[in-house]
Each structure stands twice: as structure tokens, then as C-alpha cells.
Write a protein that binds this ligand. Structure first.
Ligand code: MG
Length: 387
């Protein structure tokens, strides 16, 4: 029998979140192909301690230091523990790591991502902010270091699978599928009455609160358009969106000869996570197969570009580039948390983003510090607009 390829040693940043938990499910499912060697969580000391013990991890980070002594008391003394951004960077550059899977919500994943690339690690990216805010810088650094940026998001993972390394010159369009969110068929005039509880009910995917709201406004798809633009080195005009309520076709690539390849599976994040980890290999697992007879039909429809302005805003940000995508992202984050706190209406989310973007002076080919600065500026601006 041929030797199996070695186990991939994986660091999971954001291990107690929704994607993090799914990553650990994958690790349990294919233990001879994936070994978890580092874990980081934001503030869930108890969950992190449980994970550390289960996977026998020797390096971990609790971002919020207030839970540190709690964590220390729950794990054995041979586990090296750290906190804060320095702790994340330390984990992201662990000498024995092959892949750093970054599933931290927000801007906190950016420095660890760049540090991992600098240290020659492949990164598996689940945090949208990394490519939205600093797509150009991250992809340039990855090319220079010869490391792979492996997409974990189901849409980008689908495109990655369809492309199989083909250059963007072979592609006529990337077609991102969107579930359309819970308000796909809601009349435009009723969007202003959308409550937090209604917006948090996603029809197909179970996810964290922020991304669930982003799916309802379509900002999630907008951010994914920008990500795709950088990840696959293709201009915004060739990144398209189609609504597909069943979320079975995870995305498609239309090639210049008119052929379209699509990637399909049941809606479980373990599929894209596993492929990002085992790539370029395919490995059997215990995930539920797709039953076409039961599925019966797949629907597609055009997105409502005018009723859900997030898509147009994202296209604009992706076309203009510079610091504008970071501004869109930051303003949206502030607006979503105001909406969740019932301080902003549902349409108030894109109104806040629109206004923040239009008052920003865009900086082209920004340095990392300028991106962070634009992010902070946009947060303040959005906050000011809301209050
Ligand atoms: Mg997605």
C-alpha cells in the first residue's frame, strides 16, 4: 500500500466560534490527515480548555486576558498559554505548523495572517476581513513567500475547486451563489420593519450573529465579491452573483469557452474546511452525501440589486480599491452591532455604510497602517452617523 501523505499540522485561530467548531469536527473526522497543534479563542476560557484537553494541544491563546487565570487553572502545566494579538501571532508562526486556519471575526485576524505568511505558512482563510481589508497586500505577500491562501468560505472554496489552478485569463466570470437571506422575497417597503429576531433566522446556514445579519442585508455576499476579486486575481466586473435559495451549488466558474463548472454538496461548512486542509488531496469522510432525488430542484434568480444596496456598494469598493473596502467593512460592522442593539433600523445598516463611504478620502495602494487607520476612521464616522 502506498504511504499516506503526512498529517497536516493545523493551528486554528478562533476555535470556539462557528467555523472553529466545524474545523475541530473535521479534525475528529479525519484524524490521520489533520492534527490540531494550536488553538486560540476570544474569551471562552471554558470551551478553549475543553478543546485543549481533547486534542492534546500544547500551544494556545486566549485573546481576552481577563479569562487567563481561569484558563490556566483548567489545563495542565505543560500547555504554553498566551493572550492578546501577540499571542495570536505567536501561534500563527509556530515552527511546526503547516497551515494556519484563521476564523477570527473582525480585524484581529489580519496581523496573525500576515505573520503566518511571513513565516512561510499556508493560510486557510475564513475571516472575510483579511481579504476584504488587505486583499492586495495579503495576496502579494503570499506570492512573494510562495505560500498558499486557501479559502474556507464555501463560495470561494467552491470556486477554488472549479478553477483547479487555472489562471484568471481562462475565466469569463466567477459566479458567487447567494442564499438571498431571510428577506429574499420580502417587499422592499417592508424592509424598514425588519426586527433583530427575524433577521437572525437564516433559512439554510447556521452561523454567528454578525454573519447572519450580513446574509440578510447581502453585505456578506458583497464582502465575498471583494474577497473573490483578490483571491482569484480578477477584476470586479467579472465577479457576478446569482441567488440560489437552496445553497447546494456553492458557486460556479464560467470559462472563456462557455463551459461552467459548479461545486455542490450538502450545506455543511465541514466540506470546504476539509478541502482547504487536505488540498490538493481528496479524503473520504463521514459527511452526509447529496441526494439529488430528494432535492428534486435547484432554483436560481437574479439578486435584487436595488432593494439590497450592499451588492452595489461592494462592487464600488472593489472597483475603486484602496482603503474603501476597509471602510465599507468597518462601517458595516458598526452598523450591524447598532442594529443588533436595536439602535438602528435594518435599512439603516446600508444607509450608514453608504454615507461613511461617500465621506471617505480613498487612499490607493495603502500600507497596512493606512488600512488600520481607515478602519478606525470609518468606525468613528459610522458611530457618529448612528448617534
Ligand atoms: Mg459564504
Amino acid at each position: 500500500m502506498a504511504d499516506l501523505p503526512p498529517r497536516k499540522k493545523v493551528v486554528v485561530l478562533g476555535s470556539t466560534g462557528s467555523i472553529g467548531e466545524s474545523s475541530l469536527k473535521v479534525a475528529r473526522d479525519i484524524p490521520d490527515r489533520m492534527k490540531v497543534i494550536g488553538l486560540a479563542a476570544n474569551r471562552s476560557a471554558y470551551s478553549l480548555a475543553t478543546q485543549i484537553t481533547e486534542f492534546g494541544v500544547k500551544n494556545a491563546c486566549l485573546f481576552d486576558e481577563s479569562g487567563f487565570s481561569d484558563l490556566r487553572s483548567k489545563v495542565t502545566s505543560d500547555v504554553s498559554l498566551s493572550t492578546g494579538e501577540d499571542g495570536l501571532v505567536e501561534l500563527a508562526t509556530l515552527p511546526e505548523a503547516d497551515i494556519v486556519l484563521i476564523a477570527i471575526v473582525g480585524v484581529a485576524g489580519l496581523r496573525p495572517a500576515l505573520a503566518a505568511i511571513e513565516a512561510g505558512k499556508d493560510i486557510a482563510v475564513a475571516s472575510k476581513e483579511i481579504l476584504v481589508m488587505a486583499g492586495e497586500a495579503v495576496m502579494t505577500a503570499a506570492r512573494e513567500k510562495g505560500v498558499n491562501v486557501l479559502p474556507v468560505d464555501s463560495e470561494h472554496n467552491a470556486i477554488f475547486q472549479c478553477l483547479e489552478g487555472k489562471p484568471s485569463s481562462d475565466v469569463s466570470r466567477l459566479i458567487l451563489t447567494a442564499s438571498g437571506g431571510p428577506f429574499r422575497t420580502l417587499p422592499a417597503e417592508e424592509l424598514k420593519d425588519v426586527t433583530v429576531a427575524r433577521a437572525l433566522k437564516h433559512p439554510t446556514w447556521e452561523m454567528g450573529q454578525k454573519i447572519t445579519i450580513d446574509s440578510a442585508t447581502l453585505f456578506n455576499k458583497g464582502l465575498e465579491m471583494i474577497e473573490a476579486r483578490w483571491l482569484f486575481d480578477i477584476e470586479m466586473g467579472r465577479v457576478d452573483v446569482i441567488v440560489h435559495p437552496q445553497s447546494i451549488v456553492h458557486s460556479m466558474v464560467e470559462f472563456i469557452d462557455g463551459s461552467i463548472l459548479a461545486q455542490l454538496s450538502t450545506t455543511d461548512m465541514c466540506f470546504p474546511i476539509q478541502y482547504a486542509v487536505t488540498w490538493p488531496e481528496r479524503v473520504p469522510n463521514t459527511l452526509p452525501p447529496l441526494d439529488f432525488a430528494e432535492l428534486a430542484c435547484l432554483d436560481f434568480e437574479a439578486p435584487r440589486w436595488d432593494d439590497f444596496p450592499a451588492l452595489k456598494l461592494a462592487r464600488e469598493a472593489g472597483e475603486k480599491g484602496g482603503t474603501l473596502p476597509a471602510v465599507l467593512n468597518a462601517a458595516n460592522e458598526v452598523a450591524v452591532s447598532a442594529f443588533l442593539g436595536e439602535k438602528l433600523s435594518f435599512p439603516g445598516i446600508w444607509e450608514t455604510v453608504t454615507e461613511t463611504m461617500s465621506s471617505h478620502s480613498n487612499i490607493h495602494s495603502p500600507a497596512l497602517a493606512e488600512i488600520i487607520e481607515a478602519d478606525e476612521w470609518a468606525r468613528n464616522k459610522a458611530q457618529e452617523l448612528i448617534s
